[in-house]
Design a protein around this ligand. Structure first.
Ligand SMILES: NC(=O)c1ccc[n+]([C@@H]2O[C@H](COP(=O)([O-])OP(=O)(O)OC[C@H]3O[C@@H](n4cnc5c(N)ncnc54)[C@H](OP(=O)(O)O)[C@@H]3O)[C@@H](O)[C@H]2O)c1
Length: 276
């Protein structure tokens, strides 16, 4: 689709991949970008192009508020990039807390990474919340992750939120309106604050395959322009993944390697749980 003169909703714009995407989308000065995060101070200010918008996308009312703003000020949205998300790195066996805390812990991550995204997609396609009387082509971009394809030990809850959203989109693809294009993005480990926040550690070990957030943002931008359904920002992963599917022992080898690396780290630091 066109990447200029669009009305865009971008979540998770205060940091990492979303921050770089906001910069790229704002470059030609013709787009209007509603840039969402819970903390808006760091959202890049690019004249009138980027509108920082404080909202928590794990909350239904906050998502509705965002769509209300876009409808009242711009008449609707053409492109939605659901990028907000976070992870926990933890050993679930060691995570012993009260049942109520555990329940909330699980809910928090699913509310943001999965339920918030699905609800955002429903709002995006709802003619009341986002009118599209002429059935113009529109695109919904979902920031999934390579972990939806290849398990990353000690990130079980995070991986499951990403697998769930992928499963939802794979099915919804057959049900969606014809004017809607879905794009799924599968970055590998990206050098943002993501892993530090997940582990609550200054220097957490990163998975083997890594990339820069600028490159992920560029790949997403190109994917939007070329109407791609799936974007693999890491070329190495794009090449390796078909082999991993054909020979599943390769996936098991990779995940076991990550498990052993993390266990070594736990032994060295004595820290297995982000809440310790
Ligand atoms: N980094 C990686 O290795 C990697 C790999 C694959 C996929 N991904 C996915 O890529 C996306 C972006 O990750 P990143 O690496 O750029 O991480 P990041 O630097 O930590 O950025 C995450 C963004 O999401 C926002 N956010 C988190 N929870 C939110 C909520 N409830 N409501 C609204 N905004 C929220 C954060 O802003 P506030 O805290 O201010 O709300 C921040 O702007 C995530 O969905 C992540 O799962 C990341």
């Amino acid at each position: 689709m066109e990447t200029s003169h669009q009305r865009i909703l971008l979540t998770g714009a205060s940091s990492g991949i979303g921050w770089h995407l906001a910069k790229i989308l704002a470059q030609d000065g013709t787009n209007r970008i509603l840039a969402v995060a819970r903390h808006t101070e760091t959202i890049p200010s690019c004249g009138n192009t980027v509108i920082p918008f404080q909202a928590d996308f794990s909350q239904r009312e906050e998502i509705d508020r965002c769509f209300r703003y876009a409808k009242e000020h711009w008449g609707g949205l053409d492109l939605c990039i659901a990028n907000a998300g976070f992870a926990y790195r933890e050993d679930l066996q060691q995570a012993c807390h009260a049942d109520d805390t555990s329940w909330k812990h699980i809910h928090n991550i699913f509310d943001t990474n999965t339920i918030g995204q699905i609800y955002t997609l429903q709002a995006f396609t709802d003619p009341e919340k986002n009118p599209n009387p002429e059935c113009q082509k529109r695109m919904f971009v979902s920031m999934i992750s390579a972990v939806a394809k290849v398990p990353l030990p000690y990130y079980a809850l995070y991986c499951s939120t990403k697998s769930a959203i992928e499963g939802f989109l794979n099915t919804y693809d057959y049900e969606k309106p014809v004017w809607l294009q879905l794009m799924r993005v599968y970055p590998v480990a990206t050098k943002t604050e993501f892993f530090r926040k997940a582990a609550m550690e200054e220097k957490p070990p990163l998975p083997l395959l890594r990339q820069d957030p600028e490159n992920v943002a560029k790949a997403v931008f190109t994917g939007i322009r070329k109407n791609q359904c799936k974007v693999y920002p890491s070329r190495i992963f794009a090449i390796a993944y078909p082999f991993m599917r054909a020979f599943p022992f390769l996936t098991r080898l990779y995940s076991r390697h990550e498990k052993l690396k993390m266990q070594r780290h736990f032994r060295q630091t004595g820290k297995t749980n982000r809440r310790m």
